[in-house]
Design a protein. Structure first.
Length: 142
């Protein structure tokens, strides 16, 4: 029997932690998972939040679990509602690693051009005689 693993990453939010979210929603999630065919599950705490791995006995059990109103409500209540929830098939990133998927930094500066120093222009002012006054008188400094 092959198990179908799914991973749910819950990231800490600005005002609340994923661990606090787990305290509130763990029983609802796990009872719903077991009642819909979950065979194994594991919580993995990290400095950035939590990883919940759930194994179902068949592929049809996951969509049924995911569509439950209690599961949807729990997942809607994650600490960071914008970027704080990642759901994907497989265990911990589907590559055997127990680390979250993170975007890699862009090589160089991305699409931004390198800053260039402005070209310095050397200006030399020529020595001139003072301009004559209206009366045609030249003023010389002593």
């Amino acid at each position: 029997m092959s198990l179908q693993w799914w991973s749910i990453e819950i990231l800490d939010g600005p005002l609340s932690s994923a661990e606090r979210w787990r305290d509130s929603h763990e029983q609802v999630l796990l009872s719903a998972a077991v009642s819909h065919g979950a065979q194994q599950w594991a919580w993995h705490p990290f400095r950035w939040g939590l990883l919940l791995e759930i194994a179902f006995k068949d592929a049809e059990a996951w969509p049924a679990f995911r569509e439950l109103p209690a599961v949807q409500a729990a997942l809607d209540a994650v600490p960071d509602p914008v970027n704080g929830l990642l759901i994907y098939p497989g265990r911990g990133g589907s590559a055997g690693r127990l680390q979250p998927r993170r975007p890699r930094p862009t090589a160089g500066a991305g699409a931004a051009p390198l800053p260039r120093e402005p070209v310095r222009t050397r200006v030399t002012l020529a020595a001139t005689e003072p301009a004559p006054t209206r009366g045609g008188v030249l003023i010389h400094a002593a």
